[in-house]
Design a protein around this ligand. Structure first.
Ligand code: PLP
Length: 376
């Protein structure tokens, strides 16, 4: 038996998503920009439906959705495409690399980028944020739900502060969409990035939400055919977009049961591991966390040794997929004040909607067994 418990790295596509994509690949293969025939019109109609499905899940209008190749591109477009005079950007040290590296590029263009501290759970220090906004800032970019430790920010309080001090808010919602109810309009979010492959859709497609009132402030990074209302040129990835739309439609209907299922399984796994492994620590916020995510420190065992013994049977990770190859370990845990020693004994587990209790029982037994063998 083997089980996949790395659903924060990516999720298996829902079979219904694959079915919808299959139709887009075979029957609706036209170029949605082809205005002169029915193949183009049909493909365009598929994209229109998908745009509505995506908007519906996140409480936005269809014309506020821009399709991209994934969250990395959306984040780059959000941060680097926001036209000047956005001179000051506030962010945290625990963002995804897509944000941190975009910020590094902006610094080269003399944009003032300041880091807002987070507490040991990864929650943004709202007092410092307020003070920095008072000093003057144009854009605030925050990871809404954390890919490693799972912590969910108090998004509405952050957007309220941004509104008070006239700053634009961008949230990396890659790990939030489909895992918690969201409404861009009610939460006052101005810009948000996310990706299909984290919500049981395909890889290589994502979206950027841009609130209608600030769309004119954005400039494209990719120019060419003027697709996506001039903000993202390139022939649309119709099967991917259809897959993203289908994934969003499914989650609009089933989100609550998915949240319940993944939370219950993650709790069950945590309880089993906690009783088998003395001194286990759960990192990230104890309650404000995305369902299914567990970031745990297993005392006095090297997580890489543990992972390599589990690799063929239980798929878990030590950090985000993008940094899992790096010898430096998790910069996020370091930023949260977790000691290097504890960080080296930490694993990330991501339970998904297709996991079963039998898999959780199997994983708990395997992880505990390997842990105790390594300690012996
Ligand atoms: N932001 C977060 C929080 C993520 O977890 C990821 C994926 O690992 C990304 C951004 C990048 O997403 P994508 O793989 O779609 O480029």
């Amino acid at each position: 038996m083997r089980t996949y418990l790395d659903n924060n790295a990516t999720t298996p596509p829902d079979p219904r998503v694959i079915e919808a994509m299959n139709l887009a690949l075979t029957k609706h293969f036209g170029n949605p920009a082809s205005a002169s025939h029915i193949y183009g019109w049909e493909a365009e109609a598929c994209v229109k439906i998908a745009r509505e499905e995506v908007a519906d899940l996140i409480g936005a209008k269809p014309n506020e959705i821009y399709f991209t190749s994934g969250a990395t591109e959306s984040i780059n477009l959000a941060l680097r495409g926001m036209s000047l005079p956005k001179k000051t950007i506030l962010t945290t040290a625990i963002e995804h690399k897509a944000t941190l590296d975009s910020i590094e590029l902006l610094k080269r263009d003399s944009i003032d980028c300041r880091t807002i501290p987070t507490d040991r759970y990864g929650l943004v220090d709202l007092e410092t944020l307020k003070n920095e906004l008072k000093r003057g800032a144009d854009l605030v970019s925050i990871i809404g739900a954390h890919n490693e430790v799972g912590t969910i920010q108090d998004i509405s309080r952050i957007t309220n502060l941004c509104t008070e001090f006239n700053a634009t808010s961008h949230f990396d919602l890659t790990q939030a969409v489909g895992k918690m109810p969201l409404s861009m309009s009610e939460m006052g979010i101005k810009v948000a990035s996310f990706s299909a492959h984290k919500l049981y859709g395909p890889k290589g497609v994502g979206a950027l939400f841009i609130s209608t009132d600030i769309q004119s402030q954005m400039s494209p990074l990719l120019v060419g055919g003027g697709h996506e209302r001039g903000l993202r040129s390139g022939t649309l990835n119709v099967p991917g977009i259809v897959g993203l739309g289908a994934a969003c439609k499914i989650l609009k209907e089933e989100q609550h049961s998915v949240i319940k299922h993944t939370s219950e399984l993650a709790n069950s796994l945590f309880n089993k591991l906690n009783s088998a492994i003395p001194g286990l620590i759960l990192n990230g916020h104890p309650t404000k966390r995305i369902p299914g995510n567990l970031n745990i420190t297993l005392p006095e065992v090297n997580s890489n040794a543990l992972l390599s013994k589990l690799a063929s049977s239980v798929a878990i990770s030590s950090t985000s997929a993008c940094t899992s190859g790096s010898a430096a370990g998790s910069f996020v845990l370091k930023a949260l004040g977790i000691s290097q020693e504890a960080a080296k004994s930490t694993v990330r587990i991501g339970v998904g909607r297709f996991n079963t209790q039998a898999e959780i029982n199997f994983a708990a037994e395997k992880i505990s067994d390997v842990y105790h063998k390594l300690r012996a």
